[in-house]
Design a binder for this molecule. Structure first.
Ligand code: MLT
Length: 376
């Protein structure tokens, strides 16, 4: 029986796919084989030896210690694309909120509640809440992954000129991107965009992507939307830009006192993926990744190990070896007299994975660089 620890509430649409004859899911497990998590921070969590994988029901994985997990032979999955429509829709809303002062206008009308002649009073004050249309303006989309390309295409359909930037543009994103979206340099995006939206993961290299220096390269009155991660934007620099008018608006999904103090900012409580559809999609994808990994050893959508897959397990034993990149796993198996009938292997960054159907159960594998060995 596999034990799956839930660190957050995971939609039952997903967990119900885990056969109760084979899986026990719960919040109070100590010795578990896998973790399902949404936003709980796992950096200080000590994982039991039995823990083989973590599936994040969502895209961002900055709540998970990826390198420590890799060193402990724990495969981390995310669910790319599963919530991308939800985020895309809210980003389009964010672009409108960055333009039309909807939130500020609504708050003001609310403040008039109970006053005499509220209708004419509201009409009289509306000029303070006017804002420009999106059509014909230039939007810069930084990051053209599963969410970014959808935002770019939707904005283009609204009549915006769209510039995109992504140094790691995948073939799938390139193919999905509207031909009217121009892929260009980051500096070009900064210089030309009236609106900028960010869709990159939070990494050391992307932290404070929007900072005093990058803001200085932007147009005066630029409007910035951030539904990715708060730390992609240097908050004091953004607050200064809003106060000076360098930025006309900032709409984000991450609360901070400095930004809340700016009247031209709109702050939401991380609602990007908060739709029932996306919670279900993420839970389904995360649960399928976990069961396919535990039962078949297949690695699909991992963020710290390469993809390997041999489909469903047949009659012969199957071994999954996780190791440091460069480890000659095939040679180690051969040395141990193991014969391989089918294999799938790959490398990603500092780590590699080797999945093989073999002729014998393998309790361990001796050799430098081996992180974990599992025979299914
Ligand atoms: C994501 O990373 O998938 C989104 O920010 C939503 C979330 O964190 O749940």
């Amino acid at each position: 029986m596999y034990q799956i620890k839930l660190f957050n509430k995971i939609s039952a649409v997903g967990t119900s796919r885990l056969d109760p004859a084979k899986y026990a899911c719960g919040e109070d497990l100590d010795n578990y084989d896998a973790i399902l998590v949404r936003s709980a921070k796992l950096h200080d969590t000590a994982f039991p030896k039995a823990c083989r994988c973590i599936a994040r029901a969502g895209a961002g994985v900055n709540n998970i210690p990826l390198d420590r997990c890799a060193e402990e032979g724990i495969v981390v999955f995310n669910t790319p694309g599963a919530n991308s429509n939800a985020v895309k829709e809210l980003v389009i809303c964010g672009l409108l909120l960055a333009s039309r002062k909807v939130v500020q206008g609504a708050q003001w009308v609310q403040s008039l509640a109970g006053s005499p002649d509220i209708g004419p009073a509201a009409e009289k004050g509306k000029a303070a809440y006017a804002g420009p249309e999106l059509m014909g303006k230039t939007l810069g989309v930084i990051g053209l992954g599963a969410i970014g390309w959808k935002v770019a295409n939707a904005a283009e359909a609204l009549g915006m000129n769209v510039l995109g930037y992504d140094p790691y543009l995948s073939d799938a994103s390139r193919a999905a991107l509207s031909p009217n979206v121009t892929v260009t340099t980051l500096d070009d995006v900064f210089a030309q965009a009236d609106y900028i939206t960010v869709h990159v993961p939070l990494l050391d290299s992307t932290r404070s992507l929007i900072c005093a220096d990058s803001l200085a390269k932007m147009k005066d009155g630029v409007r910035i939307v951030n539904f990715a991660r708060g730390e992609l934007v240097d908050t004091p620099a953004m607050a200064d830009a809003l106060a000076s008018g360098k930025a006309a608006a900032y709409v984000c999904d991450f609360a901070s006192d400095e930004i809340l103090a700016q009247p031209n900012a709109v702050v939401l409580p991380h609602l990007g993926a908060s739709t029932p559809e996306s919670e279900d999609n993420c839970a389904i994808m995360a649960c399928d990744e976990v069961s396919d990994f535990l039962e078949n050893g297949n690695i699909v959508n991992s963020v710290n190990f390469p993809a390997v897959s041999l489909g469903q397990r047949g009659g012969s034993p199957r071994v999954l070896v996780l190791a440091k990149a460069g480890t000659d796993i095939a040679a180690l198996l051969q040395k141990q007299g193991v014969s391989v009938s089918a294999k799938s292997e790959g490398s990603r960054g500092n780590y590699c994975a080797f999945l093989a159907d073999v002729d014998q159960v393998l309790p361990s594998l001796d050799g430098d660089g081996i992180l974990s060995v599992r025979t299914l």
